[in-house]
Write a protein that binds this ligand. Structure first.
Ligand SMILES: Cc1cc2nc3c(=O)[nH]c(=O)nc-3n(C[C@H](O)[C@H](O)[C@H](O)COP(=O)(O)OP(=O)(O)OC[C@H]3O[C@@H](n4cnc5c(N)ncnc54)[C@H](O)[C@@H]3O)c2cc1C
Length: 396
């Protein structure tokens, strides 16, 4: 199942331990997740509870849970490069099946020991549950400075009011991380348990993809929170979010690279096998050139994303890393969707079947150009870096 040494490993760019990790993640994806794709698609992304528990256990057996969280929290303590190698494998599977590997938003690194015990450790032990991160509102999307959700001081705690949109995993999370404005304090993150009185899912719309979790709209009406519901300190929400965005944006790029890898594998195999007009369709340049363009997109995107991972590990200037992560997200999300579109075309009518990986990726990859900051917002960030940091620092 697992491959011979990849060119990067053969060139000595990866340590033997990193090669082993990459192969372990690859085996998990190919042996455990890929066989579930078509069932997940047929069931609208929602697999039975016993299947999900089996996936969580297999992920823990393969030591893939908790990624960059420190081992004392139940994670693996991976470097960003190691995290990249694993997430690239996760990206090769459709239907968001890798969401079932126990993990949590990295902002929980700022949690107090009590918050870690209550929320993080059980999730990373595979006991179920999840975290959700709620920033976006009806009138505050690309510009989150306009959020209207407020948290006011009350006797011994906080009173939370507002409504959040598109809350990924908000339907299954055991804790919601909610951004709210605090008078004289600014953006602040709160940990909110979904069964707290005043928390209500007011809409749970269907989306283009069939993923394991929904993205509901959640209202908070006079929700009473204890004093220690704040995570990372009052007024630190915006700074924490910036740190989170870097990893999330690199994560989207990394998953997109995995998607391109899979699309190329499947579409190339098909083009080499399928015959029309008495010859393999690979012999038509109308088929082979889009594959060549996709391979070029995948290679360029991979070099860029790996550069960002190396920069994070080398603790490079965060402002440059932030811009580079935006570039990686921008380039790969757009390139991956192009690759999916080309692959659908190469499969012909079969490319329009939901049982075909290219069809699923075409739907699933589209949102990568929207969430965690749209392509336009990534361009604004890169343009700002050119202005403030200079051309050389931005492109080298
Ligand atoms: C499936 C899904 C899951 C999501 N999950 C979450 C989640 O878990 N938590 C969360 O908080 N949010 C989540 N989001 C929200 C997502 O981050 C926002 O949809 C995204 O940031 C865009 O905001 P918006 O939808 O309000 O669009 P808008 O901000 O209204 O943008 C509309 C259009 O205008 C463009 N635009 C806006 N401002 C500018 C500008 N300054 N310059 C150029 N163009 C501009 C945009 O690029 C876009 O094309 C999710 C969204 C989806 C679809």
């Amino acid at each position: 199942m697992t491959a011979s040494l990849s060119p990067a490993a053969a060139a000595g760019e990866l340590t033997p331990e990193q090669v082993e990790l990459q192969q372990r993640a690859r085996a998990f994806v190919e042996d455990v997740l890929m066989p579930l794709e078509e069932e997940a698609e047929r069931k609208g992304g929602r697999l039975p509870a016993e299947t999900l528990q089996a996936v969580r256990s297999a992920a823990i057996d393969a030591r893939l849970q908790g990624g960059r969280f420190a081992p004392e929290f139940g994670g693996q303590g991976w470097s960003m490069l190691e995290w990249f190698l694993v997430n690239e494998q996760f990206g090769r599977v459709t239907n968001g099946l890798h969401w079932n590997v126990p993990n949590a938003y990295n902002v929980l690194t700022q949690a107090t020991p009590e918050q870690v015990d209550k929320y993080l450790r059980p999730i990373l032990r595979g006991e179920g549950g999840d975290t959700a991160y709620a920033v976006t509102e009806a009138e505050a999307g690309s510009d989150p400075s306009g959020i209207a959700t407020t948290a006011e001081r009350s006797d011994g705690g906080w009173l939370l009011n507002g409504e959040k949109w598109f809350v990924t995993s908000g339907d299954v999370a055991n804790v919601l991380i909610v951004m709210a404005s605090v008078a004289d304090g600014g953006g602040t993150l709160f940990l909110v348990e979904p069964d707290t009185p005043g928390v209500e899912v007011v809409d749970d719309p269907a989306y283009t993809h069939n993923y394991p979790h929904g993205h509901p709209t959640i209202a908070f009406r006079n929700v009473e929170l204890p004093d220690d519901a704040v995570i990372g300190g009052v007024g630190n929400g915006d700074a924490l979010q910036r740190a989170w965005f870097t990893e999330e944006r690199l994560g989207i790029a990394t998953h997109g690279l995995g998607a391109m890898w899979r699309l190329l594998e499947e579409a190339t195999a098909w083009a080499l096998h399928r015959e029309q007009g008495g010859t393999r369709i690979m012999d038509y340049q109308g088929v082979s050139f889009p594959l060549a363009d996709s391979a070029t997109d995948a290679t360029v995107g991979r070099l860029l994303a790996m550069q960002v991972a190396h920069m994070v590990d080398a603790e490079a200037d965060l402002k440059i890393v932030h811009a580079k992560a935006s570039m990686a997200k921008l380039f790969v999300s757009e390139a991956a969707w192009r690759c999916a579109d080309r692959a659908v075309q190469i499969f012909g009518g079969r490319g329009y079947l939901r049982s075909n990986v290219a069809e699923r990726f075409l739907r699933e990859l589209r949102v990568d150009r929207i969430w965690e900051g749209t392509s336009e917002i990534q361009r604004l960030i890169v343009a700002r870096a050119l202005e403030r940091r200079g051309v050389e620092a931005t492109i080298h």
